[in-house]
Design a protein around this ligand. Structure first.
Ligand SMILES: CC(C)(COP(=O)(O)OP(=O)(O)OC[C@H]1O[C@@H](n2cnc3c(N)ncnc32)[C@H](O)[C@@H]1OP(=O)(O)O)[C@@H](O)C(=O)NCCC(=O)NCCS
Length: 177
């Protein structure tokens, strides 16, 4: 039947941690002196970092309860990808919405699912009247390249709260088409 993307209900939020986070990372981006610099670094991620669900589940539930939109991609009843669009306007012009989460399971990557989920979030953000998406991106090579290829640019309007939460991330903005 293929992959079905649908909105998640509140009780399904914790299922996000069922997404297979495994990844071999061979490069990490740093933002130095106004430029993105790729450094060779090797990490074998065997799954989610130990505290990830503890830190992020309450943040995700809080977003859901105030109207954040959650998409899940299902292969039968297995959750293999998810995207979350927050509905709190941020940015100096108060015209940005955060793409709060975007992950695809290891063996489902590079098949177009990440782009589909990104576009779903973009579509909702457009409907909500946002001009831009704000993305705090994992600095790994594959992830940063994914966002650059979508047209994301390193933002000058860094959100302090999100930067404090993820100082090593690359903080992007994306102009909604
Ligand atoms: C970043 C991430 C969400 C991207 O998801 P994905 O499903 O792999 O993304 P897609 O398959 O849609 O796109 C990735 C690339 O594969 C290409 N692709 C799509 N279908 C393809 C196919 N059938 N064959 C080959 N390549 C394909 C896309 O064109 C895209 O290339 P481009 O970026 O050069 O344009 C995913 O790799 C991931 O979850 N990574 C680990 C977690 C992470 O860091 N998440 C982001 C947190 S901010």
């Amino acid at each position: 039947m293929g992959i079905v993307i649908r909105q998640l209900i509140r009780d399904e939020i914790e299922r996000i941690w069922e997404i297979d986070r495994r990844e071999i990372i061979e490069g990490i981006y740093y933002f130095c002196d106004g430029e993105l610099v790729l450094e060779e670094e090797y990490y074998h991620m065997g799954g989610w970092p130990p505290d990830e669900s503890k830190i992020y589940t309450p943040i995700l539930i809080e977003s859901f309860d105030r109207g954040g939109i959650f998409f899940g991609a299902f292969d039968s009843d297995v959750l293999v990808g998810a995207a979350v669009l927050d509905n709190k306007f941020i940015g100096k012009k108060n015209n940005q919405l955060q793409l709060k989460f975007l992950h695809v399971s290891h063996s489902y990557r590079k098949q177009g699912l990440g782009v589909k989920l990104f576009e779903k979030a973009e579509e909702v953000a457009r409907k909500f009247g946002a001009n831009k998406l704000y993305v705090s991106a994992t600095p790994s090579e594959n992830t940063v390249n994914f966002y650059l290829r979508r047209g994301c640019e390193v933002t000058e309007d860094v959100n302090e709260e999100l930067f404090t939460l993820e100082p090593e991330d690359i903080h992007f903005e994306y102009l909604i088409k």
